[in-house]
Ligand binder design. Structure first.
Ligand SMILES: [Fe+2]
Length: 304
């Protein structure tokens, strides 16, 4: 047997080190998002070095995209679990065999089930909003159904200094009742509110790992809770002058295209985003086609 033949017949086993060397990272915009190739998330779940590398890229690019992840639900969950415990969603159902894996299946026969086509950060109505999410496409429409993400650290950085000055110490209320609950009959809505009372967060939160300042209001935010100060409010009836306009202005920042990336799904594409520093919007332009996504939401920490 010649040397050449031996090389040609070498088994297709690649050392972990060689896999890492071959990782390809392609930023998709100047603001946010990178596509990472030559990585299996099933392998990453059991490879500390690879995992650390992915974590670094994730913090830097805020949302990572992986193609061709033909992985099982167990592997999907195992990868996400490396970043924290998973949580279910009170409205969207989970796979009973894989708690924490939320099934976001859209079809034309569920016309009211349209929640994700608004700019939002997941579950900020929780006192401890999720750290991040690992979302996998199981079935996608032939065209449409993209998801967009926005970099909310950049959104804060680019605010006018006079606006930033108004946000110091300001806090906002976030409500599942006013969002998911709004489409429910009153009794069900009130029960949801009793189970998940509104949460309060700083309007500008600090990223617990990078120390960045992040604009942290989104469509779950209903109002500022401490806007009423002697400097801002001259008379009691002048309850909160300009507060709602300021809140809407801040919420609207995520819609600025210069802060965004838009991702075209294919079957087995995965997006892994940092929920602390981003917002996202799932474009609902594909009915009457179907779209099936599976999402592992990772528990996060209290905001500060
Ligand atoms: Fe979401």
């Amino acid at each position: 047997m010649t040397q050449a033949t031996t090389e040609a017949k070498a088994p297709a086993i690649v050392r972990p080190g060689a896999i890492r060397d071959s990782i390809k990272v392609e930023p998709l915009t100047c603001a946010i998002g990178a596509e990472v190739s030559n990585v299996s998330l099933a392998d990453a779940a059991v490879d500390e070095t690879l995992l650390a590398e992915i974590r670094g890229l994730w913090l830097r690019h805020r949302v990572l995209f992986f193609r061709d992840q033909d992985i099982t639900r167990a592997e999907h969950v195992a990868f996400a679990r490396r970043f924290g415990n998973l949580e279910d969603h009170p409205v969207a159902g989970s796979d009973p065999d894989h708690p924490g894996l939320v099934l976001i299946y859209k079809s034309p026969d569920k016309p009211n089930d349209r929640y994700e086509n608004a700019w939002h950060t997941d579950a900020t109505w929780r006192e401890k909003p999720p750290l991040g999410c690992v979302l996998r496409c199981v079935e996608c429409p032939p065209v449409g159904g993209d998801t967009m993400w926005a970099n909310m650290a950049l959104a804060y950085e680019k605010l006018p200094e006079a606006v930033k000055a108004q946000l110091v110490g300001l806090r906002a209320r976030h409500s599942i009742e006013a969002s998911f609950g709004a489409a429910m009959p009153a009794e069900k809505r009130l029960a949801l509110h009793a189970q998940f009372p509104d949460a309060e967060h700083p309007v500008v939160r600090t990223h617990p790992e990078t120390g960045e300042k992040i604009l942290f209001v989104n469509s779950f935010a209903t109002h500022f809770t401490n806007f009423h100060t002697a400097e801002r409010v001259r008379y009691g009836q002048d309850y909160a002058p300009g507060a709602s306009q300021l809140l809407q202005y801040l919420i609207a920042q995520a819609a600025i295209p210069e802060y965004q990336v838009r991702f075209r799904w294919k079957k087995n594409s995965v997006a892994f985003w940092d929920n602390r520093s981003t917002q996202h919007y799932a474009v609902m332009d594909y009915p009457p086609c179907h779209r099936k996504m599976e999402r592992a939401g990772i528990m996060g920490d209290a905001t500060f």
